[in-house]
Design a protein around this ligand. Structure first.
Ligand code: NAI
Ligand SMILES: NCC(=O)COP(=O)(O)O
Length: 336
């Protein structure tokens, strides 16, 4: 790496039976056309070579150390080899690959924390496959916070944000059953989330005075208590505290009318009360462009907005746009 070169990005393997491997290869093939930042994959050189060959793509694979990624990137796809074995057939997830999936994430985090990489970009994992193998974290978001926290569960509160040029959304509660949302949703959680979002929109995204819009939980934001009470008893007090902090907050807004184009122009990020309230609008508006960013961590992590797409894995039809957007955003946010 030259004196003024930034460290490269590290891309994780994701589920090797999903679309991650072919998207990574396609992103590398598009590196010049898309002006992508240099990246390396923590993965299995043999498996990636096999996937490239099966699609007839000319992608030389180079097994490297992190400090060799920059110089290798223009002529080959740099891969930091895993020690766990990988044996995967497209579209057929296998829990036997879980150790390699987890090792890839842990290794990427280790290098980014050591300053050898600028940011972590994760390829999609199939959560239920990892759970079958004993993985105890709901998803990347929570696992990355656990890795960053190094045993202190209070150290970092991770916040999921899905970002696109048209819309940014944050689910305040994330990977929990819908039935558990009302009891998990507290004023403290909303305030903590709002503070992290406002801080990182300022510091990382360069928005001087971020405008946050908070969704209600219930239909019509509760209709003055007739359709549910959490909007008044939990969300309004959180808004008061965030406003007292000097943050520009509106809400609670009826969720059904806050995502059309005129409404979107009034805020920089929408805080939704549960996963689908946030992700349905952004995946409807910007499925190919949106990026999942984890806020609240001591390093930058981005990811495509989609999952493993086992139904199309291996067919060569998966679109690499969201992964390429994740690489570009990671480079932007990872820069001082
Ligand atoms: N960041 C991550 O690791 C994420 C992982 N997942 C995991 O992915 C698995 C599958 O989840 P699903 O709900 O089926 O969502 P999915 O995003 O994998 O697929 C939903 C639909 O979109 C299509 N699709 C997805 N990505 C595409 C692309 N790049 N180009 C063209 N079409 C694409 C698929 O073919 C499928 O029809 C689950 O096990 C879930 O846990 C889901 C979201 C994010
Ligand atoms: N639906 C988004 C999602 O599941 C992403 O989760 P994570 O693995 O990024 O925590």
């Amino acid at each position: 790496m030259g004196l003024h070169q930034r460290p490269p990005l590290l891309l994780t393997q994701g589920d090797p039976a999903g679309i991650g491997p072919e998207l990574s290869l396609r992103a590398w093939l598009e590196r010049d056309a898309e002006s992508l930042p240099a990246f390396g994959i923590v993965g299995d050189p043999g498996h990636l070579g096999h996937v490239a060959k099966s699609h007839g793509w000319d992608v030389p694979i180079a097994a490297v150390e992190p400090h060799q990624i920059q110089s290798a990137f223009s002529g080959s796809l740099p891969v930091i080899p895993l020690s766990a074995p990988v044996s995967a057939e497209a579209g057929k997830p296998d829990r036997a690959n879980a150790p390699s999936v987890i090792e890839s994430i842990e290794t990427a985090v280790r290098f980014v924390r050591a300053g050898t990489a600028a940011a972590v970009v994760t390829n999609p994992i199939a959560k239920h496959v990892l759970y079958q193998a004993g993985f105890r974290h709901p998803g990347h978001t929570e696992f990355l916070a656990a890795l960053a926290s190094e045993g202190d569960p209070e150290a970092y509160h991770p916040v999921m944000m899905l970002w696109s040029a048209e819309l940014a959304v944050v689910p305040v509660t994330v990977h929990i059953p819908l039935a558990d949302v009302p009891s998990a949703l507290t004023t403290d959680l909303i305030v903590l989330t709002g503070r992290i979002v406002a801080r990182e929109l300022r510091q990382r995204f360069g928005i001087e005075n971020p405008r946050l819009a908070l969704a209600g939980l219930n239909p019509h934001a509760g209709e003055s208590g007739a359709m549910g009470t959490e909007d008044e008893t939990v969300i309004v007090p959180a808004i008061d505290i965030l406003r007292a902090d000097g943050i520009d907050v509106t809400g609670p807004l009826p969720a059904d009318t806050m995502f059309h184009a005129r409404a979107r122009s009034r805020y920089d990020a929408a805080l939704a009360m549960y996963h689908d309230q946030a992700l349905i609008p952004i995946k409807t508006i910007a499925f190919d462009e949106a990026v999942n960013v984890t806020l609240g961590l001591p390093f930058v992590r981005t990811s495509p907005d989609h999952g493993t797409a086992f139904d199309i894995a291996g067919k060569g039809i998966a679109r690499p746009d969201s992964l390429m957007a994740a690489l570009k955003l990671a480079a932007r946010l990872g820069s001082p």
